[in-house]
Design a protein around this ligand. Structure first.
Ligand code: DQA
Length: 146
């Protein structure tokens, strides 16, 4: 079972970027953790990051064509990208799982972060647990498929 873990803009700056909000661990640490959790859960996990909306849209198309499930942290695109939403909707309408994840809890932050345009087309959302949000998302996928 393949799972693409896709990360949006500025998440390559983890560890450097607002560590009081996003933690001190780096993006390479997230990539390594994803591999470890994938091995533990029996999932073939690949972690990617892009600051580019069109690249993220292309990766969602790739997931649909490859039959891969998706863990998506859309970062700031969460709040306004209908292009990402429409691409993510193709994943769930294809019968694949898509879990929206956030490191922080956007509902507890500035009001512009309260709206997710992705949430309504996701299988489910996990937010507020730091790196553990990703582990929980992978675990939910493994459980749902078992
Ligand atoms: C985020 C929350 C978003 O509001 C923000 O724009 C991010 C990261 C999170 O993981 O907590 O870049 O998606």
């Amino acid at each position: 079972t393949s799972v693409l873990v896709l990360n949006g803009p500025n998440l390559g700056r983890l560890g450097v970027r607002e560590p009081e909000v996003y933690g001190s661990a780096s993006y390479p640490d997230l990539v390594a953790a994803g591999k470890t959790w994938g091995a533990e859960l029996g999932l073939d996990v690949e972690v990617r990051q892009s600051d580019d909306e069109s690249e993220l849209v292309g990766w969602l198309h790739e997931a649909v064509d490859a039959g891969a499930h998706v863990v998506l942290n859309p970062a700031a695109f969460t709040h306004y990208s209908y292009a990402l939403r429409d691409a993510a909707a193709q994943v769930t309408t294809a019968g694949l799982l898509l879990v929206e994840v956030h490191l922080s809890n956007p509902a507890a932050r500035e009001s512009f972060r309260h709206l997710s345009v992705i949430g309504a087309i996701a299988t489910g959302t996990i937010a507020g647990f730091g790196f553990d949000s990703y582990r929980l998302a992978l675990s939910a996928i493994a459980t749902r498929l078992a």
